[in-house]
Design a protein around this ligand. Structure first.
Ligand code: NAD
Length: 479
């Protein structure tokens, strides 16, 4: 029987807040997995009202007690890790090994954010006046809204809710309509952990109704969004009339620079890994390569050899595959269209270059495009698929200039054994993150933040935690 998902509002699973449902299907074989509630604007407001009611008492709890709930949920995630990972694979299409990493990382992230409970510190500032003390306090913002994409759907719940809750906020989360099931499983664990009612709420729904209602609501004090640039702009516009704060984690077009002094085996492996993980559907994936002319042929042969080893398929039917399907038909058509246009514009298709010859699933062949030019769409727009475009450059200055000439500014990387080159790149690359001689993937204690159209604000670490607080300065005249 098809599972019917119900919104989680005020500590209970409820059905009245959504009048219609939408099918959720497995992208590897089309199987119907569940039906997701399509929340109405009124349903969203109901969830926000619950979050608003719960917030003062939640904020009044000592932070260490709030953290205790995060730890309890982390424990429940670990207890249920196997089925959770399988659900993620079934609805999103990533390989099981990566889904298992996502689940384990999510539990660790909850624990990590819980550790901050005793460190949400303010400041004591020297006064110019006699007998006065100045205190800067870190306060909760209030009610937050988390709007999520589908590519790391389970982890992104924690990336929003853990810093929000430990700092005294409450939250309403809206998962992507592509991957809601794991979020409803998360809500079940929240209920088992006996988190006070209304502190965490979950509403299913589409972007135009449920997402837009969250962004536009006067009840929301911070919208924390991860997703595409186009939606980020809509959310910012919807939030503007109420001057609601926004935290936007948007798309990327990460350059990987390979200099003549690079360890080419290491570079080829790291760049391939970064391109193939989650079938290329990661915001910080290496999305374009600038390789020095002197090593371009050797490097490209190594990359092509590695990409040729990548096996794809239904990750539940064959857990040994490296890559599952793209998330939906729209994603597959987008990737196929971009490669066709690159080919027409003169890119050389070294391998792949077409939809995979499978009967089921949205599979695209691992693809390497050589001799790309900076004006090609494939070098400028986010591909979000297993396609690696390579451009030959004449030196590091050119590579850095081309990297920076982009609307996107999330992640970047440099491969070189020359310290002077590495430092030149670190100083010259205008990106939120730069990886040196390694694959693109951030750590929870870092700060994941995009420049330009890649976003506003960031997540993770101390700086990500503080995004969920606002300051209050107290001037105390006591003498
Ligand atoms: P998307 O923008 O299509 O959708 C994301 C979410 O926004 C969904 O929940 C959707 O329902 C909702 N939404 C859609 N329209 C809305 C509206 N008008 N108002 C409010 N909400 C609305 O993105 P996606 O396809 O799910 O995810 C892929 C994108 O996410 C890629 O561009 C990727 O780079 C980006 N991403 C960024 C990061 C990061 O940390 N920077 C991480 C993961 C993914």
């Amino acid at each position: 029987m098809t599972r019917i998902l119900e919104n989680f509002i005020d500590g209970r699973f409820v059905s009245g807040s959504a009048l219609e449902h939408r099918d959720v299907r497995n992208p590897a074989n089309g199987a119907l997995l569940a039906q997701m509630p399509l929340s109405t604007a009124a349903g969203v407001e109901e969830a926000l009202a619950a979050a608003r009611r719960a917030q003062p008492a939640w904020e009044a709890l000592p932070a260490i007690q709030r953290a205790g709930y995060l730890r309890r949920i982390a424990g429940l995630i670990r207890d249920n890790a196997g089925p959770l990972a399988e659900t993620i694979t079934r609805e999103q299409g990533k390989v099981l090994a990566l889904a298992q990493v996502e689940v384990a990382f999510t539990a660790d992230y909850m624990d990590y954010m819980a550790e901050w409970a005793r460190r949400i510190e303010g400041e004591v500032i020297p006064s110019d006046r006699v007998g006065e003390s100045i205190f800067l306090m870190r306060r909760a913002i209030g009610v937050t809204a988390g709007i999520l994409p589908w590519n790391f759907p389970f982890f992104l719940i924690a990336r929003k809710m853990a810093p929000a809750l430990v700092t005294g906020n409450t939250i309403v989360v809206k998962p992507s309509e592509e991957t809601p099931i794991n979020a409803f499983d998360f809500a079940r664990l929240v209920q088992q952990a006996e988190l006070p009612a209304g502190v965490f709420n979950l509403v299913g729904g589409d972007g135009a109704t449920a997402g837009a209602s969250l962004a536009a609501s006067r009840q929301v004090n911070l919208v924390s969004f991860t997703g595409s640039v186009a939606t980020g702009k809509r959310i910012m516009a919807a939030a503007a009339p109420n001057l609601t704060r926004v935290n936007l984690e948007l798309g990327g077009k990460a350059p990987a620079i390979v200099t003549a002094n690079a360890d080419l085996d290491l570079a080829a492996k790291a760049i391939c890994d970064s391109r193939v993980i989650n079938t290329g559907q990661v915001c910080n994936c290496a999305e374009r390569v600038y390789v020095a002319r002197a090593v371009a042929t050797e490097f490209t042969e190594k990359v092509a050899a590695r990409m040729a080893e990548v096996r794809y398929g239904d990750p539940i039917a064959d857990p040994s595959v490296h890559m599952g399907p793209l998330v939906n038909r729209q994603g597959l058509d987008k990737v196929a269209g971009m490669v066709e246009r690159a080919r027409a514009e003169g890119a050389e298709v070294l391998m792949g270059g077409s939809v995979a010859p499978t009967e089921q699933g949205f599979h695209y062949l691992p693809t390497v495009l050589f001799d790309c030019r900076h004006d090609m769409e494939v070098m400028r727009a986010e591909i979000f698929g297993p396609v690696l475009p390579i451009q030959v450059v004449d030196g590091l200055d050119e590579a850095i200039a081309l990297s920076n000439d982009s609307d996107y500014g999330l992640t970047s990387s440099i491969f070189s054994r020359d310290l002077a080159e590495v430092m030149q790149a670190c100083n010259g690359l205008k990106f939120g993150e730069t990886y040196v001689n390694r694959e693109h993937f951030e750590a929870m204690q870092g700060f994941h933040a995009g420049r330009r159209h890649s976003g506003i604000g960031g997540a993770d670490g101390k700086h990500g935690l503080l995004e969920y607080t606002e300051t209050q300065v107290v001037y105390m005249q006591h003498g």
